[in-house]
Design a protein around this ligand. Structure first.
Ligand SMILES: [Zn+2]
Length: 194
C-alpha cells in the first residue's frame, strides 16, 4: 500500500526524469491498455490548469491508469471538481491529491488584473475572477509567481475542508507549481497523514 508521501516522491522522480530529458514514457503501450480494461487504480488525483503547456501525465513521466487528472482553466474548483476529487479518494482510493498551478497562467493573470484594477470582466470569464480573486487578495502585493503559488496552496487547503474523505482516508495533499521554463514541478505546500 503506497502512502501519499511515497506517491509524491514517485511523481517528483518522474518529473525529474522528464525535466532532465530522461523520460521513460512508462505505461503507454497496448499491454497497459489491456490491463486497465477491467478497472483503474490510479496513484494520485491531480488538479491542474487546462493550459496546453501543462500536460499532466507527460510532465510526471506517467501513462495510462496512473493519474486521475482534473483540469479546468486556472485550476478553478467548482462542485464538479470537488465531486471528482471525492470520487478519486473515496471510490478509487488514491492516497494523494495534488493541486498544481503553473508559471504564466493566463487565468491567474486575468484575475490579478481584475482585482488590482477593480475592473471585473463581463461574460463567462468573470468566473475566473470569482474563483481566483480570493487568492490574489490573500497573496497581497506578491508578483504573479507568488499568486500562482498562493492559489495552489489556498485551493489545496480548501479541498481538505470540502472533501471529508481526504481526512477520513488519510490521503496526502500537496500544492505545487509547474515551471514552464525548465519543466520542473516545485512543491509549494504539503500535508501528509503519516
Ligand atoms: Zn493556466
Amino acid at each position: 500500500m503506497h502512502t501519499g508521501r511515497d506517491v509524491w516522491a514517485e511523481l517528483r522522480a518522474g518529473n525529474e526524469r522528464f525535466a532532465s530529458g530522461a523520460a521513460a514514457g512508462p505505461h503507454r503501450d497496448r499491454a497497459r491498455l489491456d490491463e486497465l480494461v477491467g478497472g483503474q487504480h490510479p496513484r494520485a488525483a491531480v488538479i491542474a490548469c487546462s493550459d496546453s503547456r501543462v500536460p499532466v501525465e507527460l510532465l510526471f513521466d506517467a501513462g495510462f491508469g496512473d493519474i486521475f487528472t482534473i483540469r479546468t482553466a486556472g485550476g478553478c474548483v467548482d462542485d464538479a471538481v470537488v465531486a471528482s476529487v471525492d470520487f478519486a479518494v473515496s471510490a478509487l482510493g488514491v492516497p494523494l491529491v495534488v493541486v498544481m498551478s503553473h508559471e504564466s497562467c493566463g487565468a491567474i493573470g486575468a484575475a490579478i488584473g481584475a482585482v488590482r484594477s477593480g475592473e471585473v470582466p463581463g461574460g463567462l470569464s468573470r468566473v475566473f475572477v470569482e474563483k481566483i480573486g480570493p487568492s490574489v487578495i490573500e497573496a497581497g502585493d506578491q508578483d504573479r509567481a507568488g499568486v500562482e503559488e498562493a492559489h495552489a496552496r489556498i485551493t489545496a487547503e480548501q479541498l481538505i475542508g470540502r472533501v471529508p474523505a481526504i481526512a477520513e482516508r488519510g490521503a496526502g495533499v500537496v500544492a505545487a507549481r509547474y515551471r514552464l521554463d525548465g519543466g520542473r514541478v516545485e512543491t509549494v505546500w504539503e500535508r501528509f497523514a503519516d
